[in-house]
Design a protein around this ligand. Structure first.
Ligand code: KIV
Ligand code: ZN
Length: 389
């Protein structure tokens, strides 16, 4: 059996921090239901101290999830935050408090204005205090991606010793290169005593378009939890997209010695739901869930896919809930694709007949972005009229 990678969904917390994507409690509950259908391991339901609405969302999602998923609330390393979070999670069957603070030079000196020693003290206090409310405490080392390697080891060692069950290593600003981020995870795995007894999590942002690559580098080097969101929603350029990281793990299961328990056929539904609730459109060429993710428009590709789907498709669209591959008829399409669609519409042409229709089709396709079934029908009707004239 390969390593189980826990999927920690933060659509309702980091995802909601995406400008313009705020959601009310009812909307969050609808998304939480879909997250349960996806079978995610952990739902980060919100940041309870931030508003009464977020408190209520965490409380109601905890009730909804029952024992089907861990429900987690975010806090700063501040006692009041932790108390409010514990209160919101009071009725959760599987509660987790996610607490932490910045660890990079920029966070220590410019934002928090504390020394390294004070940072460690605050981290240990936050974890120990959270442990008085719940057993499952996750620590985040914010901006770990830009932190000093040895200081990060010290902080993580201290929180592991204080009883953290999960240590989250975020690349908060999406700054790292995948190899470097992977090396950072490997360094922690080698240098923190007892790290094999806790879960190492990665939380990567997409500022350089590499969130999924960063998360994968983490998994390759020992992380067994990935934090992610539906459609890659999140602060600024977003977070790691769940659908991408889960399918990347699935496609490379053997070499990564890793699997997830996600019900991948729920991805397209989840993507559409989050997009309609938040009003954040999904780009057509978005991996896995974009409208064009399984659409083929050039003649060479269409010919290959029609002969054998996996010539140009690494994933069966049905496996992510996207139905079937699409052959889109454009001016780049060839005889094979046109003939295929005509056959689907119940027409049979061959040889010269097909050549003639293809010529008419190209003339039409040069004037339009896409040729639809009704366009083909009118081409055939036109040809029939000419034949009978
Ligand atoms: O990006 C980040 O560092 C975060 C933490 C709060 C986990 O979102
Ligand atoms: Zn984040």
């Amino acid at each position: 059996m390969t390593r189980k990678i826990n999927i920690f969904d933060t659509t309702l917390r980091d995802g909601e921090q995406s400008p313009g994507a705020s959601m009310n409690t009812e909307e969050k509950l609808v998304i939480a239901r879909q997250l349960l259908r996806l079978n995610v391991d952990i739902i980060e339901a919100g940041f309870p101290i931030s508003s009464p609405g977020d408190f209520e969302s965490v409380r109601r999602i905890a009730e909804l999830a029952g024992d089907k998923a861990v429900v987690c609330g975010l806090t700063r390393a501040i006692d009041k935050d932790i108390e409010v979070c514990a209160d919101a999670l009071k009725y959760a069957k599987r509660p987790r408090i996610h607490t932490g603070l910045g660890v990079s030079p920029s966070h220590l000196h410019d934002k928090l204005r504390i020394t390294e020693e004070q940072c460690i003290e605050r981290a240990v206090h936050a974890v120990s205090y959270a442990k008085t409310f719940v057993e499952d405490v996750q620590f985040y080392a914010e901006d770990a991606g830009r932190s000093d390697y040895d200081f990060l080891v010290k902080v993580i060692q201290a929180v592991v010793d204080a009883g953290a069950t999960v240590v989250n290593i975020p690349d908060t600003t999406g700054y790292s290169l995948p190899e470097e981020f992977g090396a950072r995870i490997a360094y922690l795995m080698e240098n923190v005593r007892g790290i094999e007894n806790v879960t190492v999590s990665v939380h990567c942002h997409n500022d350089l378009g590499m969130a999924t690559a960063l998360a994968m580098a983490g998994v390759k080097n020992g992380a067994t939890q990935v934090e992610c969101t539906i459609n890659g929603l999140g602060e600024r350029a977003g977070n790691t997209a769940m659908e991408e990281v889960v399918m990347a793990i699935r496609m490379h299961e053997e070499e990564l010695n890793a699997h997830t328990d996600i019900h991948t056929r729920e991805f397209v539904k989840a993507s559409r739901l989050v997009s309609s609730i938040t009003g954040m459109n999904v780009q057509a060429n978005k991996a896995i869930v974009g409208a064009n993710a399984f659409a083929h428009s050039s003649g060479i590709h269409q010919d290959g896919v029609l002969k054998k789907r996996d010539t140009y498709e690494i994933i069966d669209p049905a496996d992510v809930g996207a139905g079937a591959s699409q052959i889109v008829l454009t001016a780049r399409s060839g005889h094979a694709a046109l003939n295929h669609r005509l056959e689907e519409l119940g027409y049979e042409f061959s040889g010269e007949e097909l050549d003639k229709i293809y010529e008419a089709f190209l003339n039409m396709a040069d004037k339009k972005k896409e040729v639809y079934d009704e366009d083909l029908e009118s081409l055939v009707n036109e040809r029939d009229r000419e034949e009978t004239a």
